[in-house]
Design a protein around this ligand. Structure first.
Ligand SMILES: *Cc1c(COP(=O)(O)O)cnc(C)c1O
Length: 380
């Protein structure tokens, strides 16, 4: 057998839109950081995961499902999970779509809705996939900047929405800033969005914000509208299920769900993910506990970093967007050497920022100490 690989050049096969895409940046590899730092335990603050784990009911549900066998395909409709979600939110199960993470639904929406050259409006700084998936379809992406104080720029949004987008991706709260829109601001976006556009409200961090009376529950805000919308949520963040990949959307109407069903791979949500999500959804106490502990840490760490002179954006999520006062890729490298992984932000204008999700109080203390030490050195 000849194991020598002949050099093949597939570059000419690749669509122009795909060849020009930036790769997704998942953050540094924990094994590499462990090797670099010699740390026994790496503190991973780069992916907005929950440090508080999952409901104990999840392990049991997955175990029972696995005992039942994995030789059969999962339910392609995810009926039990869709019904449980529908019941918890008072919407018909036929208006619920499930995804292999809510990222999968972002992708399906682009596939179902976007023609080449059409316009998508989203925010900057923002979530990279809100730009990547539209670009795969050949759509144009217009990113509305936040104000200098990381607030909502009503005029800029109005102007961008007046250009006639087909799709609007709005994350509330926003990743990476952690800031949220209040009810009045969301209402302004809804009012300015053309009726011919699909409004996608990405509430990946909604569970953390919902205890704030100023936070508008997207489903309640959009429910009564007679125009196309979809609210996206996920089990990856507050529910702690990032590893099994399951998210969902609640849509304005069943026709949108049926279109997504036509483009999705039929078994997109695996059996353990469906079982895990049903169990997680039923444990209100674990969710409330995670949200409560997260909010305490967000408030505490924000205070400590500000006390050390760092600028920190007020966060309604489980992560902080922090101005390090110098190029943040260098700061991230120094943190790696201490066994801590954060994301150095790369969007133009934000190269001094890191995004760090919080962990347990002990780990957060290590993070605060290392970061403030790094930022106190040779202050620019
Ligand atoms: C994390 C995240 C998601 C979704 O993650 P999944 O794990 O795919 O459910 C979606 N949108 C934003 C803004 C996120 O930060």
């Amino acid at each position: 057998m000849n194991h020598v690989l002949a050099p093949a050049d597939s570059a000419s096969l690749i669509r122009r839109e795909v060849a020009g895409l930036p790769g997704y940046d998942p953050g540094a590899d924990p094994d590499e950081v462990a090797a670099l730092s010699g740390a026994r335990r790496v503190i991973k603050l780069s992916n907005n995961e929950s440090p508080f784990g999952v409901s104990p009911a999840v392990a049991e549900a997955v175990r029972l499902g696995l005992a039942d066998g994995v030789s059969r395909y999962p339910d392609p409709t995810g009926r039990r999970l869709a019904e449980a979600i529908g019941k918890s939110l008072d919407v018909p199960a036929g208006r619920v779509v499930l995804g292999n993470g809510s990222e999968n639904i972002l992708e399906l929406l682009c596939q179902a809705v976007l023609d080449p050259g059409e316009l998508v409006v989203t925010q900057a700084p923002g979530f990279s996939l809100h730009e990547t998936f539209p670009r795969v379809m050949g759509a144009r992406v217009e990113k509305v900047p936040v104000t200098a104080g990381f607030g909502f720029d009503a005029d800029a949004w109005r102007e961008a929405l007046a250009a006639g987008p087909k799709l609007v991706f709005l994350a509330n709260p926003c990743n990476p800033t952690g800031a949220m829109l209040d009810a009045g601001q969301l209402e302004q976006i809804v009012a300015a969005t053309p009726r011919s556009a699909l409004l996608v409200l990405d509430e990946a961090y909604g569970e953390f914000a919902r205890t704030d009376p100023e936070y508008p529950d997207g489903l309640e805000a959009l429910r009564a509208l007679d125009r196309p919308w979809i609210v996206l949520r996920t089990f990856s963040k507050a529910y702690g299920l990032a590893g099994v990949r399951v998210g969902y959307g609640i849509a304005s109407d069943t026709a949108l769900i049926q279109a997504l069903d036509r483009v999705r791979t039929p078994y997109n949500v695996n059996r353990p993910a469906q079982d895990a999500a049903i169990a997680a959804l039923g444990d209100h106490e674990h969710l409330a506990d995670t949200v409560r502990r997260t909010r305490l840490e967000i408030a505490r760490v924000t205070d400590r970093l500000r006390g050390a002179g760092l600028r920190v954006v007020p966060s309604s999520t489980n992560f902080l967007f922090i101005d390090t006062g110098r190029r943040s890729d260098g700061v991230a490298r120094e943190l790696h050497r201490a066994g801590i992984i954060v994301k150095a932000w790369r969007e133009p204008g934000y190269e001094n920022y890191i995004r760090a999700s919080l962990s347990t109080p002990e780990d957060n203390d290590v993070f605060v100490r290392c970061l403030t030490e790094i930022c106190a050195k040779d202050k620019p």
